[in-house]
Structure formats: structure tokens, C-alpha cells
Design a protein around this ligand. Structure first.
Ligand SMILES: [Zn+2]
Length: 189
């Protein structure tokens, strides 16, 4: 008995039905990997070692409640591991920087209300700068945050933000964001 193969047309429809739900997933994954790669590149350059950056995938993004915007583990000897995990909000903010850096109205950070994604982008870059300082071996939160303010403009540049925008983000981190942080993040500078 001959095996009846599905027609070419049926195969095509079947392939499309399988492919369509996968397209947004694959796209989201490539978008996430680009953010991880860009963040890892700047983190590695600032620590002189190879750093991995992890953004949450779709499952972790949906089901995990994240308390920390970013984290770095230190081993028993007080040496930071070569990896940082960032929250979904942080990764989304970095993605927005990559996608929209030239259009961001970063002047709003130092006076007035921001029209769009500027504060999310600024916070994401501030968090990444903070984790990079931990990766350099600093554990104390206040000292880490103090050093991060001096590095955030360079981190921002890696995501396409010009020096003037980087300065504004650093100022926002010092003046505005610092007030939202718990006491252990303040007072070192
Ligand atoms: Zn910290």
C-alpha cells in the first residue's frame, strides 16, 4: 500500500502554523541576547575579565517575582562571581536604550517630567553600572552606588547614549534616584 504523503500545500500550511507562534518567541530571544551581549561587553571591559549577563527569559519573566533589579554573588572569599542577573525591568530599559537612544529626551531627567521611557532607561543603566562596580569587587552598597555614578555615563555610551545624555543620567542617579534607594545605598559620597 502506498503511503499517502500530505500535499505540498498542506505541508506549507502546517509549517506556517508551527512557525507563526515561534516567530515572536525567537524575536524576543534575539532581542534579549543582544541586550545581554552588549551589557556583558561593557561589564567585561570595566572589570578586565569575562562577564556573563543574564536577562530573564519568558518563563522567568512571567512567573518570577523579582525583588532585586540586579544581583551579583560573592563567593566565600569575598570574590564576585563573573555573572550578574538583571531584572526584566532592567533588561527592558536597556533594550529601550538600544532601540531609541537618539530620540530620548534626557534633559527631562534634570528638570521637569519625562515624556516617555527616559526614567526607565536611566534606571536600567544605573542598575547595570551598580552591578558592574560589584563585579569589580566592591561589596558595600553605598560605596558601590557612589562609584556607579562615576561610571554610568560610560555604560550609557555602550548603549548608544551621547556624552551629554550620560552626564544627565549620572546627575539623575545622584540627585533623584539616590533618594528612592534604601539607606544602606546612601551616604558614601
Ligand atoms: Zn548592590
Amino acid at each position: 500500500m502506498a503511503l499517502r504523503l500530505p500535499s505540498a500545500r498542506a505541508l506549507l500550511i502546517g509549517a506556517l502554523a508551527l512557525a507563526v507562534p515561534g516567530v515572536p518567541y525567537a524575536y524576543a530571544r534575539s532581542q534579549r541576547l543582544e541586550v545581554e551581549h552588549r551589557a556583558a561587553t561593557v561589564a567585561s571591559a570595566m572589570t578586565n575579565r569575562s562577564i556573563h549577563v543574564k536577562c530573564p527569559g519568558p518563563i522567568r519573566k512571567r512567573f518570577m517575582y523579582e525583588i532585586h533589579e540586579g544581583s551579583v554573588w560573592f563567593d566565600a572569599d569575598g570574590v564576585p562571581v563573573s555573572e550578574t542577573k538583571l531584572s526584566a525591568d532592567t533588561c527592558d530599559g536597556l533594550r529601550e536604550a538600544l532601540d531609541h537612544a537618539p530620540a530620548l529626551q534626557l534633559a527631562c531627567l534634570t528638570g521637569g517630567a519625562c515624556p516617555g521611557a527616559e526614567e526607565r532607561v536611566a534606571q536600567a543603566l544605573a542598575v547595570l553600572a551598580h552591578e558592574i562596580v560589584h563585579l569589580r569587587g566592591v561589596r558595600d552598597e553605598a560605596i558601590t552606588e557612589c562609584h556607579a555614578r562615576g561610571r554610568v555615563a560610560s555604560v550609557a555610551a555602550a548603549f548608544g547614549i551621547d556624552p551629554a545624555g550620560g552626564e544627565r543620567i549620572a546627575r539623575w542617579q545622584t540627585v533623584t534616584w539616590s533618594q528612592e534607594l534604601p539607606p544602606q545605598y546612601r551616604g558614601a559620597c
